[in-house]
Design a protein. Structure first.
Length: 486
C-alpha cells in the first residue's frame, strides 16, 4: 500500500491528526482481504462495484475520533453500503442519493430495520401459499416449456417467435390450463428472450403472492429477495453485470429451481436483517436516513453546509464503456410494479448517469484540471468521439464535486474512493483529477491512500477500447482521496 501525503497546503490541527492516524495504519490495512464484506444487510442484494463495507466503517471511526460526525452523505449511494455503515456507527443524520431507482430501493431496504420474527412469519406464510398453489399445478407449470415447443411450435431459446410474443402465448396458455390461479403474466420488452416460460410462470406466482403482504416495509424487503432471484433464474450469464445471454444450447438446458432459489435468498436475507437489527439496537443513537433521487451534479434536496462527512465511490466512467448500472437493474425494474417505469424510461437510465451526454464532435474544455486536459488532448488525437465520452464524464464529475462541496460544512471531510482506468491506452488519473478539481471548489486535498482491490465484485479486466477481445488490465487498485472543505 502506498500512502501519499499532500504537503503544499496549510494543514489544520484536525488534518494533522487525521494524517497522523492514516500514517500509523499498518501495511495492507485498507485491503480487507479476509473481511466478510456481505455481513449485515450489505449481503442481501448484489450491486455492481459495491463499496467494500469496512472501508466506510474505518473512515467513520477515524474521523469520529478526531471530530464528531453527526451527519454523513453518500451522493453516489448505489446499494447503500455507506448508509448501512452510518447506521451501524449510530450517526444521527444519514443522506444517500442516487439516480438509479433500483439503487434507491436497495438503499431503503438495507437501512429499514425490521423484526426478524415478523419477517420469518410472513416468509413462512408466503412459502405455504406458493407451495400450495405450485403443488396443485405442478404439471401445468413444469410442462409449459415443453408445451410452447411442441404445441405452439416455438423455439423458447429464440429472440423472435417465443421471445417477442412471450406474454401473448403464455397468457393464452395460462387461461387454458391455469384458469383458477391468481397470477398475472407481465409484459415487457424481451421478456421471452431473458426468461423461459416455466420461469415466468413461477416468478409471476411468487410476485402475486408477495403483493398480498400488507406491511409495506416487509413487502419491500421480500421483494428485494425476489429481485435478486430474478438474476439467477434469467437467461443472462451469471457473474457478469452487463446483459449477456447464455448461448442457445445453455438456455435450452437451463431449468432453475425458482422457488428454492427465492426461499434460500429470502432466508439468508432475514438472517442478515436480524444481525443488522440487533447491532443497531445496541447503539445509543438511532439514525434518521434520507434517501434522495437527485442528480449528483445538482443535489437540490440536500441542505447546504450541512454535512460533516462525505464518503462516496462515484462511477469509474460513463455507463456505456464502464459499469452499466441501469442495464444491471433492468430486469428487476421491469418485473417489479412498484417502480412504475415504462420500458423506455428503464432502458434510458444509463444515459442519465454521469457521462451520459455525448460530445461527439468536440467540446470546449472547462474542467479545472490540467492533468485531465493533457490526457484528453492525447485521446482526442486518436479518437475525437472517445475524447468526448471521457470529457462528458469528467464534466459531470466536476459539477458533482462543486455541488457536494456546497453541501459540506466548513472543516468537514470527504473521502472519495476511485479507480483509475485506461482509455485508448491513456491512463486517466481520476484521483489526481479529483484533487485538482476540488481545489477549485473550496476543498483542500490533504491525503490519498492507495488500496488493492481484493474483494470488490467487479471486472478486473475491462475493454477500454470497447471492442470484445481487446482486454487490458486496469483497476487492480483504487485510491481514497481525502479532501477537507475550507
Ligand atoms: C460505484 S456505484 C456506487 C456503489 C455504492 N458505493 C455501493 O456500495 O453500492 C456508483 C453509483 O453512482 C450512481 N450515479 C451515476 N451517475 C449519477 C448521477 N449523476 N447522480 C447520482 N448518482 C449517479 C450510479 O447509479 C451508481 O449507483
Amino acid at each position: 500500500m502506498v500512502k501519499k501525503k499532500v504537503t503544499n497546503i496549510t494543514l489544520t490541527q484536525a488534518d494533522q491528526q487525521l494524517i497522523s492516524s492514516l500514517n500509523s495504519l499498518p501495511k495492507g490495512y485498507w485491503d480487507f482481504k479476509d473481511h466478510d464484506v456481505r455481513e449485515y444487510t450489505h449481503g442481501i442484494h448484489n450491486y455492481p462495484a459495491m463499496m467494500v463495507c469496512p472501508i466506510s466503517r474505518n473512515i467513520i471511526k477515524l474521523v469520529n475520533n478526531i471530530q464528531k460526525v453527526n451527519s454523513i452523505f453518500d451522493p453516489f449511494a448505489g446499494s447503500g453500503t455507506v448508509l448501512v455503515e452510518g447506521m451501524l456507527a449510530g450517526i444521527k443524520k444519514i443522506y444517500g442519493n442516487d439516480i438509479n431507482p433500483l439503487a434507491l430501493y436497495l438503499s431503503k431496504v438495507k437501512t429499514t430495520r425490521l423484526d426478524s420474527l415478523v419477517l420469518q412469519q410472513e416468509a413462512q406464510s408466503l412459502y405455504n401459499r406458493v407451495n400450495e398453489i405450485y403443488s396443485r399445478f405442478t404439471l401445468q407449470i413444469d410442462h409449459s416449456d415443453e408445451v410452447m415447443r411442441r404445441v405452439y411450435n416455438l423455439d423458447v431459446t429464440a429472440r423472435d417467435g417465443w421471445g417477442s410474443d412471450a406474454p401473448k402465448y403464455l397468457r393464452e396458455y395460462k387461461e387454458k390450463v391455469l384458469p383458477d390461479i391468481d397470477l398475472e403474466i407481465p409484459d415487457f420488452k424481451n421478456i421471452g428472450y431473458w426468461f423461459k416460460p416455466r420461469v415466468i410462470l413461477l416468478l409471476s406466482l411468487l410476485k402475486n403472492e408477495i403483493n398480498k403482504i400488507t406491511n409495506q416495509d416487509v413487502k419491500e424487503f421480500i421483494f428485494a429477495a425476489f429481485s435478486e432471484t430474478i438474476r439467477f433464474v434469467s437467461n443472462r450469464r451469471n457473474g457478469e453485470f452487463k446483459m449477456f445471454r447464455m448461448p442457445a444450447d445453455k438456455v435450452d438446458q437451463f431449468a432453475p429451481d425458482v422457488i428454492k432459489e427465492f426461499t434460500e435468498i429470502l432466508n439468508r436475507n432475514i438472517e442478515k436483517m436480524n444481525d443488522f437489527d440487533k447491532a443497531c439496537a445496541n447503539l445509543d443513537n438511532q439514525s434518521v436516513v434520507s434517501i434522495l433521487h437527485n442528480n449528483a451534479t445538482t443535489l437540490e434536496d440536500v441542505p447546504n453546509d450541512s454535512i460533516d462527512l462525505v464518503i462516496t465511490s462515484p462511477p469509474y466512467g460513463d455507463s456505456r464503456t464502464t459499469v452499466a448500472y441501469g442495464e444491471y437493474s433492468r430486469l428487476s425494474l421491469q418485473w417489479m410494479d412498484q417502480f412504475k417505469m415504462s420500458d423506455k424510461e428503464i432502458l434510458s437510465i444509463d444515459k442519465t448517469l454521469m457521462g451520459g451526454n455525448k460530445y461527439r464532435n468536440g467540446f470546449e474544455y472547462t474542467v479545472p484540471s490540467a492533468t485531465l486536459r493533457r490526457s484528453l488532448e492525447r485521446i482526442r488525437n486518436i479518437d475525437l468521439e472517445r475524447a468526448g465520452d471521457v470529457y462528458s464524464f469528467y464534466l459531470d464529475l466536476s459539477n458533482a464535486i462543486a455541488s457536494i462541496s456546497n453541501k459540506t460544512k466548513a472543516g468537514g471531510y470527504q473521502f472519495w474512493v476511485v479507480g483509475n482506468r485506461t482509455v485508448k491506452g491513456e491512463l486517466l488519473f481520476t484521483d489526481k483529477i479529483i484533487s485538482e478539481i476540488a481545489d477549485h471548489y473550496d476543498l483542500e486535498h490533504i491525503y490519498t491512500v492507495d488500496r488493492n482491490i481484493i474483494n470488490k465484485v467487479m471486472p478486473s479486466l475491462n475493454s477500454p477500447t470497447n471492442e470484445s477481445g481487446m482486454k487490458s488490465a486496469t483497476m487492480t487498485n483504487e485510491h481514497i482521496v481525502v479532501l477537507r472543505k475550507k
